[in-house]
Ligand binder design. Structure first.
Ligand SMILES: [Fe+2]
Length: 233
């Protein structure tokens, strides 16, 4: 995490609305980012993901990305107010990193369910067959994408609006190595904080365990919505 994102904001910019001030024109940067509530208890994904790990991941790591995304927004507002863009690139880097972390974690929590696993059906299943050849090949490809990340990152199933097909993406950190025009549908968190407390260095076991938790109803819903997104071409 960039050191800038960990630095405490100035008191002047810790207002009543999560530190985001109105600027001289009266406009307030929005929306403000919030950690979403989970739709299940922290311990509901056991034994695949422990309650302690979920509490730490959602309550601490995700919360930090939200706090730092809001802080980056506040610092950009402060820069506009002062007319000083000396640190603009730094603030935009912090926003890209932390906002992307917030969005990916928000997708992840919806992607998981205690009653998950099995396989998708309907249009999503047909699209997986068309794009990857078979569900088993897709599963192997996405798991391999997660397993081979150097450093921190994510693997994602995404809808490519330009090619109108499903692809897998290996995301570096939270925001790099992306294909523009792609909509993430299903994500695997490959950061150490996602598994180390429970799985230590056995990350392959974690990447296999998540296949018992996929909420295909959520992934299918995202797939339906993504197909309505116009191609940028
Ligand atoms: Fe994470």
């Amino acid at each position: 995490m960039p050191a800038s994102a960990r630095t405490a904001p100035t008191a002047a910019f810790l207002g009543s609305r999560a530190g985001v001030p109105a600027d001289s024109t009266g406009s307030v940067p929005s929306p403000l980012y919030k950690v979403p509530d989970l739709e299940f208890d922290y311990g509901a994904l056991e034994p695949h993901i422990s309650g302690q790990l979920m509490e730490l991941h959602h309550g601490k790591h995700h919360a930090a990305y939200v706090e730092n995304a809001n802080l980056a927004i506040a610092r950009l507002a402060e820069a506009r107010l002062k007319g000083d863009f000396t640190h603009l690139a730094e603030f935009e880097r912090a926003l890209a990193f932390n906002l992307s972390g917030h969005v990916l974690h928000s997708i992840l929590w919806k992607n998981l369910t205690p009653k998950g696993g099995d396989r998708p059906d309907g249009a999503l299943a047909r699209a997986i067959d068309t794009s990857f050849g078979s569900f088993d090949t897709f599963r192997k490809q996405l798991t391999e994408s997660a397993s081979t990340i150097m450093g921190s990152g994510w693997a994602a199933l995404a809808w490519d609006t330009a090619g109108e097909r499903l692809i897998t993406m290996q995301i570096h950190d939270h925001q790099s190595n992306l294909g523009f025009g792609c909509v993430p549908l299903m994500v695997i968190d490959a950061w150490e904080h996602a598994y180390y407390l429970q799985y230590q260095n056995q990350k392959a076991a974690f990447f296999e365990a998540v296949w018992q938790l996929w909420n295909w109803k959520d992934v299918s819903s995202r797939f339906t919505a993504a197909r309505r997104v116009a191609s940028p071409e």
